[in-house]
Ligand binder design. Structure first.
Ligand code: C5P
Length: 343
C-alpha cells in the first residue's frame, strides 16, 4: 500500500503534504522579495536560477538513487556494480517519457518568476490555485480518475474565488508598492494562467509515468532533471550573453543571499513535490498548497503592507471553502462525472 510509508511513526503522505504547504508559502515570499527589493541593474537571472535548481535537484536525487541501489540486495548471479546498475536504471528504454514533464516544468519554473515579479504575493498565491482545476481536468483525462458532482462543484467555487481575487487586484493594485520595481498585474496573470496549465499537465504526466512502472521515484527524478538541463540552460546562456558576461561563471552574476535562498527553497519544493505525487496524488497536493494561502497572506500583510480589501477576503474565503468541500468524505455511491472511461 503506497499510503503505508511512515516517518517517525507518521504517514509520509501527511508529513509531505504539510511540509509542502509551508515550503510553498516560504517560496512565494522569498521569491517575491528576491525579485522586487533588489535594484533591477543588480538583478540575478531567473533563467539561471531555474537551471541551477535543476542541477542541484538532479544531483541530490542521484545521490539518493545511488544510495538506494547500494542498499538493495544484489540479484543472484549478478556481478554488476552499483554504478553500472544505476546507469542502466537512469538510461532505461522508457526514460524519454520524462522529457515531456521536464520541458513543461522548465517553462513553468520560468513563468513563476514572471508572475512573482509582477503580482503581490497574496494575489499570486490565490490565482495560482487555479492549477487545482487544470490538475483535476488532466487527472480525469489522462489517469481516468472520476470525480463526484460535489468535487466538481468545489472546483468551480475555487475558480470563482480566484476570479474575485483577480478582479480586486487588477482594480486596486497600482503596482507602485515597491521602491525599486514596477509591477504589471496583467503580465503576471497571463504568466500564472500559463503556469497553471503546465503544472496540471506536467504533474499528472509525472504521476502517470511514476505509477505505471516499477522504476524508483529518485531514478525518475534524475531522468526529469536530465531532460530539463538543456531547455533550462538555453535561456540562461542567452541571459549571460545579454549581460556581456562569459559562460559558465556569468550564470552566477548577482547571485546573492536572496537568489540562493530562492533556489534552495525551490530545490526543497521539487523534492517534496515528488514525494507528494508518489505517496498522495496531484489533486491532494493542490489542496494542501491552498492552505499555504493563509500563511503567506498573514506574512504579506506584515512584510509588504498588503492592503486587505473585502473582495480579497471574500475570494480567499471561497477558495478555502472550496478546499474544505473538496476534501469531504465521499459517499460510496455518489454520482460521478468523467470524460474518459480508461484507467
Ligand atoms: O506548482 P507545481 O506544484 O506544479 O510545481 C511543481 C514544482 O515541482 C516544479 O517547480 C517542478 O519543477 C518541481 N518538481 C520536481 N520534481 C518532480 C515534480 C515536480 O522538481 N518530480
Amino acid at each position: 500500500d503506497r499510503n503505508a510509508a511512515t516517518l517517525f511513526g507518521m504517514p509520509l503522505k501527511y508529513i509531505s503534504l504539510i511540509t509542502l504547504a509551508v515550503q510553498n508559502a516560504a517560496l512565494t515570499i522569498i521569491m517575491h522579495t528576491s525579485r522586487t527589493t533588489i535594484d533591477p541593474s543588480r538583478q540575478y537571472s531567473a533563467a539561471s536560477a531555474v537551471f541551477v535548481n535543476e542541477l542541484l535537484k538532479g544531483s541530490i536525487s542521484f545521490v539518493i538513487a545511488l544510495y538506494r541501489v547500494d542498499s538493495q540486495p544484489k540479484r543472484a548471479g549478478s556481478s554488476a556494480s552499483s554504478w553500472s546498475r544505476i546507469w542502466r536504471d537512469i538510461f532505461s528504454s522508457d526514460c524519454w517519457k520524462l522529457s515531456i514533464p521536464a520541458i513543461l516544468y522548465v517553462f513553468q519554473n520560468n513563468l513563476q518568476y514572471v508572475a512573482a515579479t509582477n503580482l503581490d504575493t497574496a494575489t499570486f498565491q490565490v490565482t495560482y490555485q487555479m492549477k487545482i482545476l487544470t490538475t483535476a481536468v488532466f487527472s480525469v483525462l489522462l489517469l481516468g480518475r472520476q470525480l463526484t458532482r460535489m468535487r466538481w462543484l468545489a472546483l468551480v467555487l475555487l475558480a470563482l474565488g480566484v476570479g474575485i481575487v483577480q478582479i480586486q487586484s487588477t482594480a486596486s493594485n497600482d503596482g507602485h508598492g515597491h521602491e525599486h520595481h514596477e509591477m504589471h498585474p496583467f503580465v503576471g496573470f497571463m504568466a500564472v494562467t500559463a503556469a497553471c496549465f503546465t503544472s496540471g499537465l506536467a504533474g499528472v504526466y509525472f504521476e502517470m509515468v511514476l505509477k505505471n512502472s516499477q522504476a524508483d521515484l529518485w531514478v525518475r527524478n534524475v531522468q526529469l532533471s536530465l531532460f530539463s538541463l538543456l531547455p533550462a540552460l538555453l535561456p540562461a546562456v542567452v541571459d549571460v550573453h545579454a549581460a556581456g558576461e562569459s559562460f559558465p561563471f556569468g550564470l552566477f552574476r548577482n547571485f546573492g543571499f536572496w537568489a540562493w535562498a530562492t533556489v534552495w527553497t525551490q530545490v526543497l519544493g521539487g523534492l517534496i513535490t515528488a514525494i507528494v505525487i508518489k505517496h498522495a496524488d496531484n489533486i491532494l497536493k493542490g489542496f494542501a498548497t491552498s492552505l499555504s494561502i493563509i500563511i503567506s497572506f498573514i506574512a504579506s500583510v506584515a512584510l509588504f503592507h498588503f492592503r486587505v480589501t473585502p473582495s480579497f477576503v471574500l475570494g480567499a474565503g471561497i477558495v478555502l471553502g472550496a478546499t474544505w468541500l473538496y476534501n469531504q468524505p465521499q459517499p460510496p455511491s455518489s454520482p460521478t462525472i468523467s470524460f474518459s472511461a480508461s484507467s
